[in-house]
Structure formats: structure tokens, C-alpha cells
Design a protein around this ligand. Structure first.
Ligand code: AMP
Length: 391
């Protein structure tokens, strides 16, 4: 059975077609600059990469072009072969704790939740509606980034703020990257050969979050109402003293929108290194003795270690710490710096094993009290798996 995994951005469309249950990728690609002129797309099929320029005025046109490519590359004989389409949706609020088949009610709820994810949910709705027009016979599902975190207990998701903010405005921790934390924790349990486990999953990419997962269920996560909580990220500050915001607004006259831009796009590694939001540039800076990059890395690692220690205590121990996403999978030095800070918990790095990028591997020593692993994430596959299961 063929399942299409879709991630629609406001002007982009990322897709991957799978043959399930074999989980074989038949075609993957990305369409960019949809609706804003000079659009183009890249497609990987039969080991070949195709890049084409093509005016795509909206997501429906983008899907139609995808269908043409599927047919001209003989990936499908007819559209009917694609039985399910799984859509990535960033915010599911407290309505959705699992993947669901999309109907009118689900679509309305995703639209309603746009106020909590103004950049992301409207794009997902656009993608869903366009897919429904083009793939009329396929079952469409919504796979929520927040769903895996819905098992978090109330004492961990509530903020100590006026209770009416929670009741009237839904202010609470929702978390993000749930599809990735779920994928990684399931894979880790598979490796450990059991499900009664305590795991700390570190999704560290440009955006970054850490989750505590007990017996396959998430009990805490570092992101909050929005993805700007917890860890220091490429351009996001993560946890700060909330009173800094009114203080700077008063001092500078900055608006809420300007502050939002500063804490989301001008902070994090970029702000402290004064150089770049990309950990590769920070690594280069450190190698050249750049003091700002050295400081940025120290702060970055400190915050990750704080969360690992917090969740270790909260779970009363841990079986495995998993590193995933761009930095978690590839940044050898960041993994080293984090694990070296954990020696007081009896956690030790195997430096030789750690000298690898993007491969699933055990990177702790035999005598380490907690296993440390690199587990490459695959959110698209998780979306396809969930959709296949529902079908
Ligand atoms: P993601 O958001 O998961 O795609 O991760 C993107 C981030 O991964 C980039 O901003 C880089 O900082 C980081 N990254 C990717 N490749 C490497 C690498 N080889 N070494 C260090 N960092 C990397």
C-alpha cells in the first residue's frame, strides 16, 4: 500500500512516498517558493535527483505537479494506488493525543488552533485542503507534533500563572517535535528489547527539545506553549526570566511583535556567538579561539545538561539518553561536551564510538550507568507508519 507523508509550510511542500508496510521510500522531494514567484522543486526518485523550475501558484498546483511526476516516473500507474496521506500538523492543542483521520470537525479544530501556532497551522490547513482536492479517494490523516506530549501530567504542563489564563486562553505546555521524540523512543525500546524503560530523548537541531519518556509515554518536555522554551537554540533564547520582556519593552519602547522577533530570531547561539546560528560555524569559531563562540557553546551545553539532570531525577534514573536531529546526530563535539558533564551520574562517553555522524550507534562505555545512543530521527516515516496503522 502506498502512503504519502506531507509537511506543508506556508510556501513549501515536503513529501515522501512510501510503500508500506515495507517502509520503502519510492520518491521524496521538496517544492519551494509556492505562491511567491520563482518556484522550483527537487525530487529524488530511482536514485536520481531532479531539479525543475516551475511556477506554482498555490499548494493545489504543487500537488498536481507531484502527481505528474509520480506518473511520468512510473512510481504509480494510477492515483488510486495512494491510499493514505499523512499531514504533519504542528499544534493539536489538548484536542488530539494521537493521529486522526481528517474530517470537517478535525479540520475546524486545526484552524481554531492557529492562534497557538500562527506560522504553522494555517499552512497545514492549506496543504490538507489542497490534498483533498487532488487525492479525492485517499484517506487523509493529521499527525500532530504535540500529540506525543499529551500524556504529560498536569503538574508538568501547567504554568504557575493566573489560572484563568489556562482556562480562557489555553496557556499551558504543549511541547513540540513529538513525532520525533516518539520515533526515537520507540526505536530505543526496540534496541533495548523492552518497553518498560526510562528514556531521555534529545532532539537537538536548529530547534531543540528534550523529553522524558517512561514506558513509552512522555511525562515531561522542555518546549512550552510555543517552541521558544527550554533549550538554547539556533536563534531562540529558550528559558528566560519572563520579567525581562516587560522590562525591555519599557526601556526601549519595543512592541510585543518586535520582542517576539528578537527572542525567536535574534537570540540563542546567534546572539551569544555574534557570528552564526549554525553549530558548524560555532565549531569553527571555537577551533580558531573565538571567545564568543566558546561562551555560546558553554551556555548551550549547560542548558542541555540541566534538562538531562532534571529528567534523570524526575524519572528516578534512566536507561538511555538518545541524541537526534541535525546537531544530535552530527555534532561530535557537542555530544562529547554534554556527556562529559554527566560523569557525576556515572555516565561515560566512548570517544572512539562517538566519532561518527548520522549513524545509529551506542556511544557510551560499557561501564556507563546509562547507555547513550545516536538515533537518527525520521519524522516522515513516523507519519507514514501512523497513517498506515489507521488505515
Ligand atoms: P535540523 O534542524 O535538525 O535540520 O538541524 C540543523 C542543524 O544541525 C544546523 O543548524 C547545524 O547547526 C546542525 N548540523 C548539521 N550538520 C552538522 C554537522 N556535520 N556538524 C555539526 N552540526 C551540524
Amino acid at each position: 500500500m502506498k502512503i504519502l507523508s506531507v509537511n506543508a509550510g506556508s510556501s513549501s511542500l515536503k513529501f515522501q512516498l512510501y510503500d508500506m508496510p515495507e517502509e520503502k521510500v519510492l520518491l521524496s522531494g521538496l517544492m519551494e517558493r509556492i505562491g511567491i514567484g520563482n518556484s522550483f522543486y527537487t525530487i529524488k526518485v530511482n536514485g536520481e535527483k531532479i531539479k525543475k523550475e516551475k511556477e506554482l501558484n498555490n499548494h493545489e498546483e504543487a500537488f498536481k505537479v507531484l502527481v505528474e511526476e509520480l506518473e511520468s516516473n512510473n512510481v504509480v500507474d494510477s492515483l488510486e494506488e495512494i491510499k493514505g496521506i499523512g499531514h504533519r500538523v504542528v499544534q493539536g492543542g489538548d484536542y488530539f493525543d494521537k493521529t486522526v483521520v481528517i474530517n470537517q470537525e478535525v479540520l475546524s479544530k486545526i484552524e481554531e488552533l492557529s492562534s497557538l501556532a500562527p506560522l504553522h497551522n494555517p499552512a497545514a490547513v492549506t496543504g490538507i485542503k489542497a490534498a483533498m482536492h487532488v487525492f479525492v479517494n485517499a484517506i487523509q490523516t493529521a499527525v500532530f507534533d504535540t500529540a506525543f506530549h499529551q500524556s504529560i501530567p498536569k503538574e508538568n504542563y501547567l504554568y504557575a500563572l493566573p489560572y484563568s489564563w489556562y482556562e480562557n486562553y489555553k496557556v499551558r505546555r504543549y511541547g513540540a517535535h513529538g513525532t520525533s521524540h516518539k520515533f526515537v523512543s520507540e526505536r530505543m525500546n526496540e534496541i533495548l528489547g523492552r518497553t518498560n524503560t526510562k528514556l531521555i530523548t534529545c532532539h537537538i537541531g536548529n530547534g531543540a527539545s528534550i523529553s522524558a519518556v517512561v514506558n513509552g509515554k512522555c511525562i515531561n518536555t522542555s518546549m512550552g506553549l510555543t517552541p521558544n522554551a527550554g533549550l538554547i537554540m539556533g536563534t531562540r533564547c529558550g528559558d528566560i526570566d519572563a520579567s525581562i520582556i516587560p522590562y525591555i519593552m519599557e526601556k526601549t519602547g519595543m512592541s510585543a511583535k518586535e520582542i517576539d522577533n528578537a527572542i525567536n530570531k535574534e537570540s540563542g547561539l546567534l546572539a551569544i556567538s555574534k557570528k552564526s546560528s549554525d553549530s558548524r560555524d560555532i565549531e569553527d569559531g571555537i577551533a580558531n579561539g573565538d571567545e564568543n563562540c566558546i561562551l555560546a557553546q558553554k551556555m548551550y551545553v549547560r542548558r542541555i545538561v540541566d534538562y538531562i539532570a532534571k529528567y534523570y531525577v524526575e524519572m528516578n534514573g534512566c536507561d538511555a539518553i538518545c541524541f537526534t536531529a541535525g546537531i544530535g546526530e552530527n555534532a561530535i563535539d557537542t555530544r562529547r561536551d554534554v556527556i562529559n558533564e554527566l560523569s557525576s551520574l556515572g555516565i561515560y562517553l566512548d570517544s572512539e564510538a562517538n566519532n561518527v555522524r548520522g549513524k545509529e550507534r551506542l556511544i557510551s562505555t560499557k561501564d556507563s550507568k546509562v547507555q547513550c545512543w545516536i538515533i537518527p530521527t525520521d519524522e516522515e516515516l513516523m507519519i507514514a507508519r501512523d497513517t498506515f496503522k489507521l488505515l
